[in-house]
Design a protein around this ligand. Sequence first.
Ligand SMILES: Nc1ncnc2c1ncn2[C@@H]1O[C@H](COP(=O)(O)OP(=O)(O)OP(=O)(O)O)[C@@H](O)[C@H]1O
Ligand SMILES: CC(C)(CO)[C@@H](O)C(=O)[O-]
Ligand code: BAL
Length: 286
Amino acid sequence: MSVPIVRTLADLRLAVAGWRGAGEKIAVVPTMGALHEGHLSLVRTALGNADRVIVTLFVNPKQFNSATDLAAYPRTEEADAAKLAPFGVDMLYAPGAEQIYPAGFSTKVSVSGVSEGLCDAFRPGHFDGVATVVAKLFLQTGADSAYFGEKDFQQLHVVRRMARDLDIPIEVVGCPTVREADGLALSSRNQRLSSAERAIAPRLAEILFATTDRLVTGAATEATLAEARAAIVKAGYREVEYLELRSSADLTPLERVDRPARLLVAAWLGNTRLIDNVEVPASPIT
Ligand SMILES: Nc1ncnc2c1ncn2[C@@H]1O[C@H](COP(=O)(O)OP(=O)(O)OP(=O)(O)O)[C@@H](O)[C@H]1O
Ligand SMILES: CC(C)(CO)[C@@H](O)C(=O)[O-]
Ligand code: BAL
């Protein structure tokens, strides 16, 4: 079985109209390709919740801050289509850039609040690019539900807020982060790690989990976070961009764990920027 590849908005709309006519529920899984088990877990959840599943593959230039990062981004469409084939995905929508940003395109979707701080502080404009392309993908596909990984936790919040604010009738579903056996969160950027870096990489998740265990409900957290930042550098990471505690519900900064909380990190291992985040387990207030 192979997955039908659709490259134009006109062909996408034709297929979707047929499915809608038959009363079928449609799910969309937006990706930038280089598919791995993380993406495939989203696909499995989508297949369980809908009659038709569209996976999108578009490396969105508007969300890259650096031309080098964009140029280095893996492009493996053939292998991606082969990975999707056994799942019975209904369509791989891999539009040309002109289908998303036709000549004269001048609109930007910008979500305030949840977009601010964390990744935005180091990739300014990144979430405008994400919100703009995801709004287009939601409207082009007209899907009933969309699947995003918690690995990109801030992105998940931005997309949810955007869909609510713009009254796009779609359910945004967050899916748990898939990890390698040693704890490293799967990411297409892991391919860029040297073998020495790959050996160090899982220390990030290890330190993150160990730190959440130390974040006792109600206690101030800054000293614990400072120790964790130092431990990440000691493990061999070049730089910690941020390690912050935020509310899980709306990403507001927290100085102590006084509601469901998430610990989020971005750090550079050599020339590769990795992100991760974990929920802080609730602990009894003593
Ligand atoms: N390890 C993972 N577990 C669950 N979902 C994931 C994982 N990695 C990526 N995803 C999700 O897959 C979707 C597409 O992500 P994307 O194509 O950017 O892959 P990626 O591996 O995160 O790449 P990169 O981080 O290098 O951009 C996003 O919703 C993202 O959160
Ligand atoms: C959601 C997304 C496909 C938008 O380009 C991208 O940010 C990603 O792959 O996470
Ligand atoms: N996974 C988020 C896409 C990006 O890093 O641009």
